[in-house]
Design a binder for this molecule. Structure first.
Ligand code: PMP
Length: 384
């Protein structure tokens, strides 16, 4: 360990191997390493120091509905939503999870009545986020099971997952299942101004968010849920209690500091523009999308979904959406496995079949390092 102005810092983790001109570029995961440059530039306003004697107890807030939520984290989450205007917070419980992945599982548990022994169907319109089927089915639960594409679901009761903007294709979505017994869960991992215009303060019963895609701190493993109904919130808390006996306090304190730094930069007039997270990320994403669209337009192999735009109440201007993933289609009839085709070119992507559609399309991360993105664009532009 080294000494940093009197505060001891630990050795940084190794992370991913560097990308060189002829190495493999892995854009399979949406690993948000793009954000590192921003946080390096921020300095210590987002650093925390935790003495050895702190955060030792299991408990965070014995007086509140959720005993493992750090009050400071909850406060900064509410402040962030009020700043961005992407979700209502008054009248909602704020729950915390080890990534929104844990909260997703807590929601399945909370919404599945165990009474008649028939597992609850869990559906989402294809193309859907590839983790939904795998996370739903991996324990073979008697409470719930993956029910497939929501567009073709014809049962009575189900849990519908609505991811908007959608992973993988960036589409703006609403619930599609019409049954009054279906329960909608909104996955708002990407409903932030760097990815999409903020068009309303969402007020659904259950909404999931994560620092992973908001500030880029995926390694902190922290997500939160805004939940209207107290009984549903209590069941979700019970799940997290049984699953991991709460959520890392150290992560919550760190996330609180980071979210606080984001809010401060917008709310304190002394802060310069270079410290505005959403502006940094939006410009960066916009520049990448312009380069990607140019490379795709010049190729006769690939196509992309149409560009979306709209008025953003946060940016106070009409902006173009910059989805976190490129949903890359293949125009050539003889390429049926685009993931395999790109792998031969040393580009790792995730093929359409994992998202409930065919293999002529792949998902490519747009939030990786400059290095990886540059090599990807270069290879794409020179491919035939
Ligand atoms: N939902 C969506 C749509 C995602 O893309 C991701 C991350 N890939 C998650 C949830 C999970 O995020 P977390 O890191 O908070 O578990």
């Amino acid at each position: 360990s080294d000494n940093n102005g009197g505060v001891t810092t630990v050795e940084p983790s190794k992370g991913k191997p560097p990308v060189t001109e002829d190495s493999i570029v892995n854009l399979d995961h949406g690993d948000p390493t793009m954000y590192e440059e921003f946080w390096r530039g921020i300095g210590d306003s987002a650093s925390i120091f935790i003495p050895g004697w702190q955060t030792m107890s299991y408990f965070s807030d014995l007086g509140g509905i959720c005993w493992f939520v750090e009050p400071g984290f909850e406060r900064e989450v509410r402040r962030l939503h009020r700043l961005v205007g992407n979700a209502m917070v008054d009248g909602y419980h704020v729950l915390v999870g080890t990534g929104s992945t844990q909260l997703f599982q807590a929601v399945l548990y909370a919404l599945s009545p165990a009474s008649d022994g028939t597992p609850m169907n869990v559906v989402s319109p294809a193309p859907y986020y590839s983790s939904y089927p795998s996370v739903t089915n991996f324990l073979n639960s008697g409470l719930y099971r993956w029910g497939g594409d929501a567009n073709t679901f014809d049962g009575d009761t189900c849990i519908e997952l609505i991811c908007s903007p959608n992973n993988p294709d960036g589409g703006i979505r609403r619930a599609v299942v019409k049954s009054k017994y279906s329960k909608a869960v909104y996955d708002f991992a990407y409903y932030w101004p760097q990815y999409t215009p903020i068009t309303e303060a969402a007020d659904h019963d259950i909404m999931l968010f994560t620092v992973s895609k908001c500030t880029g701190h995926a390694g902190t493993r922290l997500g939160w849920a805004l939940v209207k109904d107290t009984e549903v919130a209590q069941k979700m808390i019970k799940f997290i209690e049984l699953n991991t006996i709460g959520v890392s306090k150290d992560s919550q304190l760190r996330a609180a500091k980071i979210i606080g730094a984001v809010c401060n930069s917008y709310e304190l007039s002394s802060a310069g523009k270079t410290s505005h997270l959403f502006h940094f990320a939006k410009e960066k994403m916009a520049e990448r999308w312009i380069r990607l669209r140019a490379a795709v337009a010049a190729s006769d192999i690939f196509a992309l979904p149409n560009e979306l735009s709209g008025y953003c109440s946060f940016s106070m201007e009409t902006i173009t959406a910059n989805p976190p993933f490129a949903w890359l289609h293949c125009k050539k009839d003889d390429i049926e496995d685009l993931e395999g085709f790109l792998r031969l070119k040393k580009i790792i992507t995730r093929g359409g079949t994992k998202f409930g559609v065919d293999g002529r399309v792949v998902r490519v991360s747009m939030v990786d390092t400059d290095q990886a993105f540059n090599v990807f664009i270069y290879r794409l532009a020179t491919m035939n």
